[in-house]
Write a protein of this length. Structure first.
Lengths: 520, 157
């Protein structure tokens, strides 16, 4: 089987990844620009949409080979058994479209292990009392603990919570021909020039290319999937690097453009057989968008220097707020990840934590506290709501003249209560660890997010799902989807390892079906 | 390449940046060359904001005349300049918001973009600059060096 990989963005190399906050975080080097690749957002269908600003656009995934795995914090979770069964355990909930997944943790377990060992994840097995069952240790011991991690451990311990080493796709020592992390900071939001962050660019692509059966084409923007008379895709129409239209024939197409761009592509491929978009007989393509709870950002200042410009981002976390406890006033949960800021100087200067936004007081605060602060994010589950959608903007087009994605999204109230709760518990932990000042932002309104899930959900019923349990379209037998569009519920966890484990699972199925001659 | 600002505009914006990050016993926006960062940004990446700045200069001078009977913002003393900037800020001036962001970028950002000359911004807060390819050996900060680590240090497998 040979594979052509089409990536609409550039193919960066290690040498492109510099420690430049302006380049990466203020000028969005990795991200699509709002001029060339705009998106629009509205809170609900009754409100006019607005174009997303650059600051929100960056709160999405990079447009390049490796995408989100280039710049992510690399936190690598196994979903819990309960994460696949939210309807059975916690649902239904009014105003949501909660369903169980058609697969469970048991089926995913060997693929989580495969993903951890293939890409290189560092962690300490069985240190998280809330983890699902695992058979094998992580391939690498935990990365070096930073001061944010030590503070998390200290605060959690004094409050009776259970901090443990964050499992991360960052090599703590040499592995698989790549060097270990050198703790240089500029980690989350940046590419890794060392090669220690286990992005798909570093950890998977070279292996694929080495087979001689993989052809990766960057700057290739897919526009449409033509069909034959039996309703099977015949290949892919795309704009090449020179902007010229090309056709790549294919026996099989696998979509992995993410929870926003995958449904967009399907909706752009309208035909007489699929007037509402390819593979959309259910009408659910683009629906049930989940962006995780609107977690606040928390800044905390401590009496001794953390020197957060050193180290990888997240080194200690706790899942004590994960399982549903309805006494809290919401279902489901999440976690907080205090981090080394990694070199976010300008970001810190612009936060409302200094007592002034400019002038001498602001300068004093920067001088006195920059080595003494950490910031922390709160990741919590968002419940699927059918009216949270991705569809085609009726007016705005990208540089190819294609309708852009319009996001319609407002978090369910459960998400907001959960987010506020995580912010409050973060404050508790930091104060218990001796913080002299803690600032908890308001829940961050989600117009977009790095975690984009649910828009082509898995299910056994073709009328209530887009793909089956093998992530194969119910309507188009040679079309598969392997990004987080297929997630039925979003868990309160970073999705990357689950996306990768699921991709390995689906690939095994594709290979066995091909061998049986079932993929004609 | 002609510059974005004439000499009056440059002096005005430079004066504003010098109030946003004043000089005290440490260098401020003036010494860091924030004005050069801004001019370079406005002819490149941020060229869409150039007109905002030119209008902003006009607005600063207009408010100065209105409040102090003086023709140019750049001629005011620092306390008066602060007052003008505060009234812009309280009026939710888009120009002021962008100026503030650019000033922070020009002071705390990488010198390759034209500001933070001689790394004065970094030196002030204690950032030693990019460390690649060397990186750092643990311990990294006070807390990981001194607080109990339940999980021990990483051992090679």
């Amino acid at each position: 089987m040979s594979v052509v990989v089409l990536e609409r963005g550039p193919w960066y190399k290690r040498g492109d990844f510099t420690e430049d906050e302006i380049g990466f975080k203020r000028r969005h080097f990795l991200w699509p620009t709002v001029e060339e690749e705009p998106r629009t957002w509205r809170p609900n269908a009754q409100t006019a949409s607005e174009k997303l600003s650059p600051e929100v656009q960056i709160f999405s995934n990079a447009m390049c080979v490796g995408a989100g795995t280039i710049h992510y914090s690399a936190i690598s979770w196994r979903f819990h058994e309960s994460d696949f069964r939210v309807k059975s355990i916690d649902g239904p909930v009014a105003g949501t479209s909660i369903e169980d997944w058609p697969i469970g943790y048991e089926e995913m377990e060997p693929y989580y292990e495969k993903a951890e060992w293939t890409i290189g994840v560092s962690g300490k097995g069985w240190s998280n009392p809330f983890d699902p069952p695992r058979k094998r240790e992580y391939p690498l011991p935990p990365v070096a603990r930073n001061s944010a991690g030590a503070i998390t451990e200290k605060g959690c311990r004094s409050l009776g919570f259970h901090a443990f080493p964050t499992p991360v796709a960052i090599l703590s020592q040499p592995y698989d021909g790549r060097p270990g992390c050198i703790n240089k900071g500029f980690c989350s939001g940046y590419g890794c020039p060392v090669g220690a962050k286990s992005s798909t660019l570093e950890a998977l692509l070279p292996k694929a290319l080495a087979t001689g059966k993989c052809d990766l084409r960057p700057h290739s923007m897919v526009r449409e999937f033509p069909l034959d008379s039996q309703g099977r895709v015949t290949g892919v129409v795309y704009f090449d690097a020179a902007g010229k239209e090309q056709f790549q024939p294919a026996r099989l197409v696998v979509l992995a453009a993410g929870g926003v761009e995958t449904p967009r592509l399907l909706l752009l491929s309208q035909s007489s057989r699929f007037p509402h978009g390819l593979a959309n007989c259910s009408g659910l393509v683009g629906k049930n968008l989940m962006l995780h709870a609107p977690g606040p950002v928390v800044y905390a200042i401590f009496p001794e220097p953390l020197d957060g410009h050193k180290g990888s981002a997240s080194t200690r976390v706790a899942q004590d707020f994960y399982k549903t406890d309805s006494r809290r006033g919401f279902i489901r949960g999440g976690f907080m990840h205090p981090r080394a800021h990694g070199g976010d100087l300008i970001d810190y200067a612009l936060q409302p934590i200094h007592g002034a936004r400019w002038g001498l007081k602001h300068k004093d605060s920067m001088r006195a506290t920059w080595r003494y602060y950490l910031h922390s994010h709160c990741t919590g589950e968002s419940l699927p709501v059918e009216s949270n959608t991705v569809d085609l903007d009726p007016e705005v087009k990208d540089r190819f003249g294609l309708s852009v994605a319009r996001i319609t999204h407002t978090n369910h109230e459960n998400d907001v209560r959960l987010a506020v709760y995580l912010g409050e518990r973060s404050k508790d932990i930091f104060e218990a660890a001796g913080a002299t000042k803690v600032y908890v932002s308001a829940p961050r309104l989600r117009k977009l997010h790095n975690h984009q899930m649910g828009t082509c959900r898995m299910g056994n019923d073709p009328e209530r799902s887009v793909v089956d349990r093998w992530c194969r379209s119910h309507d188009v037998p040679n079309l598969f989807i392997i990004d987080a569009s297929v997630f039925v519920t979003g868990a309160g966890l970073n999705p990357a390892l689950t996306i990768e484990a699921n991709a390995f699972r689906v690939c095994d199925y594709i290979v066995s079906e091909a061998r049986r001659g079932n993929l004609r | 390449m002609s510059s974005v600002f004439d000499s009056h505009q440059r002096a005005t914006i430079q004066a504003a940046t010098a109030r946003i990050i004043p000089t005290d016993h440490d260098p401020g926006a003036l010494e860091a060359g924030v004005i050069d960062y801004i001019e370079r940004a406005l002819s490149g990446h941020a060229k869409r904001s150039a007109q905002l700045y030119l209008d902003g200069v006009v607005e600063l001078d207009r408010l100065t005349l209105e409040q102090f009977g003086v023709e140019a913002f750049a001629a005011l003393g620092p306390a008066e300049q602060d007052e003008i900037l505060r009234s812009l800020e309280q009026g939710a001036s888009r120009f002021f918001a962008v100026l503030l962001e650019h000033t922070m970028e020009g002071f705390y950002g990488d010198p390759r973009h034209g500001g933070n000359k001689n790394r004065v911004g970094w030196k002030m807060i204690g950032f030693p600059g990019p460390s690649f390819p060397k990186g750092y050996e643990p311990p990294l900060g006070w807390y990981d060096a001194n607080e109990l680590d339940e999980f021990g240090s990483a051992k090679k497998r």
